[in-house]
Design a protein around this ligand. Structure first.
Ligand code: HEC
Length: 190
């Protein structure tokens, strides 16, 4: 398994993995640069450098997007609510704890694993689509019920501001133009 011109066979399938995608917030593993380099050499046995670069760029960007936009702010909100005694220390006796759990453990993890396994349907429809839907329509209202201030901090990032402030006609037109350009010739049933 996995030998290349420069690497011995290994049965440790985690040897060249550079992220952990399991926790609430993904982190780089120890020596991730060396691990990534070795993994890239495996890919390069069959692929051009361009394919390999493109894959790791989109994977890293997707994981970072999940971490920064959803993972970190929602974890911070839960920590604050607990410290403020707005949720009890008992796990899973409140709806918000279930919603948070599914956000990172189900949909958020599916999106991240989908990125690492080249599975677009898991990245999008079973991943980020559900992360966003539940973040805005379930988690945010439950946070707001407990603390309007923590809810405000949860969506303080520029990327979430449209929720409160709405979008101008120009911003909507710009977004549609982006999709028209990206999806040229690809648009089917959505
Ligand atoms: C043993 C050879 C081999 C290795 C090693 C390999 N691949 Fe592939 N890869 C292929 C083949 C063959 C295909 C095409 C499969 C098909 O079309 O059914 C493919 C498809 C792909 C595609 C889809 C390309 C496209 O144009 O749709 C990507 C992206 C990709 N591989 C990335 C990687 C990455 C990243 C690694 C290392 C983690 C890797 N591959 C390791 C042989 C390999």
């Amino acid at each position: 398994m996995s030998a290349t011109n420069t690497q011995e066979v290994t049965h440790d399938v985690g040897d060249r993995i550079s992220w952990t995608l399991r926790p609430v917030i993904s982190t780089r593993l120890e020596n991730y640069e060396a691990r990534r380099k070795e993994m890239r050499r495996v890919c390069a046995s069959c692929h051009s450098e361009q394919i390999v670069e493109r894959f790791f760029t989109s994977m890293d960007q997707g994981i970072t997007l999940y971490n920064e936009k959803f993972g970190k702010p929602s974890k911070a909100a839960m920590d604050k609510l607990l410290a403020m005694k707005k949720i009890t220390p008992t796990p899973y006796d409140e709806e918000i704890e279930w919603v948070f759990y599914e956000l990172w453990h189900h949909e958020g993890r599916r999106a991240r694993h989908g990125l690492s396994k080249m599975a677009p349907d898991f990245v999008h429809w079973q991943g980020f689509y559900e992360v966003a839907k539940h973040f805005y329509t379930k988690f945010l209202p439950l946070v707001r019920e407990r603390s309007p201030q923590v809810a405000k901090e949860l969506i303080a990032q520029e990327s979430h501001r449209w929720v409160e402030k709405g979008m101008t006609k120009e911003e909507i037109a710009k977004m549609l133009e982006f999709y028209d350009k990206e999806m040229q010739g690809k648009r089917g049933g959505g």
